[in-house]
Design a protein around this ligand. Sequence first.
Ligand code: 6PG
Length: 248
Amino acid sequence: MTGTHLQVYPTVSVLSKAAADLFAQAARDAVDRRGRFLAALSGGNTPIPLFKLLAGPPYQDELPWTRMHFFWSDERCVPADHPESNYGQARGNWLARVPVLEGNLHRIKGELEAGEAVKDYRERLEEYAEGGLGWPRLDFVLLGLGSDGHTASLFPGSEVNIDPQLAVVAVRGSYADRPAERISLTPSVFNSARLVLFLVTGEEKAEALAASRQGRSDPSRWPVQRIRPRDGKVLWLIDTAAASLLSR
Ligand code: 6PG
């Protein structure tokens, strides 16, 4: 199944519940078909309600946790126990509360020097590589959208022509008061995924959402436009505030 679909929800809680159900369905399908589920998570505030939902019933008791692997779409260059760590955020709100296997948490080591962290993460991805790629085909990728148009840690004005064989890059990108040194998966990895789920909420995202989805194509200005899975599906889950500038 391929294509891009957009769904607007009245509130963050309804949207997060829909996202949790989609995640659960993707996990069950992947385990049924391939015996494992490979997901990549993002940071930011938007997915926190989703993480909290997935830490509780019914998901806590019903998902095939021991067959589920977690990677990260991007990470800030901070240690795992730092308040700005994307891994730390997912762990604290969710993963520490479900019976996932420690060995299946494939975090980006933000505490290492950036080049070392890239190498370490690239090697971890290679262990799960398939289909002639240097990385796995992810079953589920969770992404957000910054009000500046960035996604994962692919920022406006950053290199568009990344070597398509590269899975992981070190980048610098200022956004709000968050750490600027980052490690990110590349569009090549996102574009080999089976399902990419964007969660976008709040009126501060409305302009970036409308411009990147309905304005002219400019992947340098709008990095989110670089995400176009070849043989996968993209779902945009948006609340009414973020959708307010979209034309029908
Ligand atoms: C990060 C993220 C980043 C995030 C957006 C949206 O590490 O910061 O992965 O790409 O998804 O910045 O953040 P909010 O959800 O907080 O708006």
